[in-house]
Design a protein around this ligand. Structure first.
Ligand SMILES: [Zn+2]
Length: 231
C-alpha cells in the first residue's frame, strides 16, 4: 500500500466512524425522550431544550390524535401542501398543550390536531386563495402558525368521536365564530369546554375560528419557513 492509498483508507475510516457516532447519538436522544415519556417523567424530557426550540409533539406525548388536514387534499386549498403530517411547535407551546391535554384527559376527552407550525411559504399560498384576515393571516405580517405558537384543534371523546362544534374545521363564515349565537346548547357547551381549558393553560382564543388557539406572547417569536423531514 503506497502512502496515498494508506491516507485514503484512514480518511474513509474516519468518515465512517464520525457518521456512525452522529447517527447513534441521534437515536440515543430519541430513545431517551421516549423512555422518559413512558416513565411519566415529563420534566426530564424538557430539560436542556430551549423554550423556543422547534420540536415534534410526537416526541413528547402519545396522547394526541392527529388529523393534519394540509397533508391531505381535504382542506380549503384543495391540495396537499405538506409532504407529511407532523406537528412541530416551539417547546413552550408543546408544554402548555400537553398540560391542557392532561386536563382534557381527566374529563374523558383528548385534543385532536388539524394544524400546528406552518411554513411561511404555505401561508403565502393560503393568502392567495383566501385574502381575508378574519380567516387567514397576511403573510407580510405572518401568522402565529408560522411562529410555532398556534394550533388548530378540536376535542374527541373516549370513543374517538369529535365533539360537535357546529362547523367543520376551516369553515370560513360567521357560524365558526365564538360570538355566533344561533347554535345549540350542546355546541355552545362543547366550544366553551375547549376554550375554558385552553385559556387556563396559557392560550388565547381567536374570535372568528373556534378551532384556533395562540400561545400567549408567541407573536414576539420569529417567523419560520423550514420544512420538516418525512421518513
Ligand atoms: Zn389556525
Amino acid at each position: 500500500m503506497n502512502f496515498k492509498s494508506y491516507f485514503l483508507s484512514i480518511l474513509t475510516l474516519l468518515i465512517l466512524i464520525s457518521c456512525k457516532s452522529t447517527e447513534s447519538s441521534f437515536v440515543k436522544s430519541r430513545k431517551t425522550l421516549s423512555n422518559n415519556y413512558l416513565t411519566g417523567n415529563s420534566i426530564a424530557i424538557y430539560e436542556g431544550i430551549n423554550d423556543t426550540t422547534f420540536v415534534n409533539l410526537k416526541d413528547f406525548s402519545s396522547d394526541f390524535v392527529f388529523d393534519m388536514k394540509y397533508a391531505t387534499d381535504d382542506n380549503f386549498l384543495k391540495s396537499k401542501v405538506y409532504d407529511c403530517g407532523e406537528c412541530y411547535l416551539r417547546l413552550k407551546t408543546i408544554k402548555s398543550l400537553v398540560e391542557a391535554n392532561e386536563e382534557f384527559k381527566s374529563l374523558g376527552y383528548r385534543i385532536k390536531l388539524y394544524d400546528c407550525y406552518r411554513p411561511l411559504d404555505v401561508q403565502k399560498k393560503m393568502w392567495v386563495i383566501m385574502p381575508n384576515a378574519d380567516y387567514v393571516a397576511n403573510p407580510a405580517k405572518g401568522s402565529i402558525h408560522n411562529r410555532g405558537g398556534a394550533v388548530d384543534i378540536t376535542l374527541i371523546d373516549e370513543n374517538g368521536i369529535e365533539l360537535d362544534m357546529g362547523t367543520s374545521f376551516d369553515f370560513f363564515g360567521p357560524e365558526a365564530s365564538h360570538n355566533y349565537q344561533d347554535i345549540s346548547r350542546k355546541i355552545r357547551k362543547n366550544r366553551a369546554l375547549l376554550k375554558s381549558v385552553m385559556l387556563k393553560h396559557n392560550f388565547k382564543s381567536f374570535d372568528s375560528e373556534w378551532w384556533h388557539y395562540n400561545l400567549i406572547d408567541s407573536s414576539k417569536d420569529n417567523l419560520a419557513n423550514f420544512k420538516w423531514n418525512c421518513n
